[in-house]
Design a binder for this molecule. Structure first.
Ligand code: ADP
Ligand code: MG
Ligand code: MG
Length: 379
């Protein structure tokens, strides 16, 4: 069945004629990804990525693809006018036979295809600060190239994704309902979350009142969503554009810090191993600001640490909400895993709160601004 579907799908894209190989590919957790190799006309094989989109997560695949077409077309134009290589520095969709950028198969699943980016790799873990720096540079550059894109025209592919206020309300509801009778066991975590309610509001409010601009955001700024040149180790292309949406640049920055600058695994039980590494924070900040190249506003730069704290807090309250609700959203492989995840996030929040001043100093240094002037509202 699966093989028949594959054949049907492959026939419906504008690929070369002779398929030589088709293999499951990469270590993404969201979509089903395959690498296809065809015989090229000159004898050199031609490769493509073919993906079945995750229909549980992405409920509006056509809107999602509209976002990807909009953003990749825009990037292509910018890359060409900068003298770059548009086949390596952005994703390139392969059209389906009917001219659409996707194909809906007979089982109702949506597929899309990209040119395969050759001679590039992606890493799952931050092994050394340089890789983290490279990913920051690439995400910053992405932000810069899209700085004048009309972000409002993008669809919200996952509603309220970083609406921290909404996430906070959901936590309150889960505490009130306490369906699994777990609230008693996690009084400290609940108190930690509720006592920081202002974190849920600050960035949302600043966005609403126009202090922070709505931008094109990536929303999955993991290291393995950057292709790195195999030979030079330089970040070349931002991939995985499913969650591209209007949002806040500080949230993209913040989410990278949340997972990438943490010294331990997201579900580590030994909290003494968990803190926010300032060395990694610095590597990312340097790369991100360099990549953004002056496209961020003064307020955005000032709020970068708040982005990191807020994203970590938001993630922590989501894990706590899920724990209280009986682990229905995040997959768990052992008892209490969502609670462990919540605890690492809250440990990071507390650690980042302590380190905020140092974070400002690092940012001020790379943004080339006088610290007292920029951060006067925060000091
Ligand atoms: P997911 O949402 O499941 O993470 P991705 O779009 O990130 O899906 O793709 C999964 C993996 O496939 C990536 O981590 C990368 O290794 C590989 N990949 C995706 N697109 C390309 C491409 N255009 N060229 C080469 N490899 C790719
Ligand atoms: Mg991915
Ligand atoms: Mg993805």
């Amino acid at each position: 069945m699966e093989q028949e579907i594959m054949q049907e799908v492959i026939q419906h894209f504008r690929f070369p004629e002779h398929l030589k190989e088709e293999i499951p590919y990469g270590s993404g957790h969201i979509n089903d990804t395959f690498r296809l190799t065809f015989e090229g006309e000159t004898g050199k094989p031609r490769r493509f990525i073919l993906q079945r989109m995750n229909k549980e997560i992405f409920l509006r695949p056509v809107e999602l693809m509209e976002n990807i077409v909009g953003v990749t077309t825009w990037l292509r134009g910018k890359i060409i006018s900068n003298g770059g290589d548009p086949e390596r520095e952005t994703l390139n969709l392969v059209p389906a036979a009917d001219g659409n950028c996707y194909y809906r198969d007979s089982a109702g699943d949506y597929w899309r295809a990209y040119l395969f980016i050759e001679d590039a790799v992606c890493y799952n873990q931050v092994e050394k600060p340089e890789d983290f720096y490279e990913s920051a540079l690439a995400f910053g550059h992405f932000q810069r190239l899209l700085a004048d894109y009309p972000a409002k025209t993008l669809h919200e592919t996952i509603k309220d994704f970083h609406n921290t206020e909404e996430r906070f309300l959901k936590l309150q509801k889960a505490v009130r309902e306490d369906v699994c009778k777990r609230a008693d066991k996690v009084k400290d975590e609940i108190a930690f979350a509720l006592s920081r309610e202002s974190l849920a509001h600050t960035l949302c409010r600043m966005q609403k009142n126009g202090e922070l601009p709505l931008r094109v955001t990536h929303n999955d700024t993991k290291l393995n969503n950057i292709m790195m040149d195999r030979a030079t180790g330089k970040g070349i292309c931002v991939i995985d554009l499913d969650t591209v949406m209007p949002g806040l640049a500080v949230n993209d920055f913040g989410d990278s810090i949340r997972f990438g600058a943490s010294t331990g695994a997201e579900d580590e039980r030994d909290l003494s191993k968990i803190w926010c590494s300032l060395e990694l924070f610095e590597a990312y900040t340097k790369g991100f600001l360099e990549g953004c190249g002056g496209s961020l506003t003064h307020e955005e730069i000032c709020m970068l640490p708040d982005g990191a704290i807020t994203m970590t807090y938001e993630c922590g309250i989501r894990f706590l909400t899920d724990y209280l609700s009986g682990d229905t959203y995040f997959k768990t492989h052992r008892e209490g895993q969502n609670l462990d995840r919540c605890r690492t996030q809250f440990k990071l929040v507390a650690d980042m709160e302590q380190k905020k001043q140092q974070m400002y100093e690092i940012i001020a240094n790379y943004a080339n601004i006088k610290q007292h002037k920029c951060f006067k509202t925060n000091l």
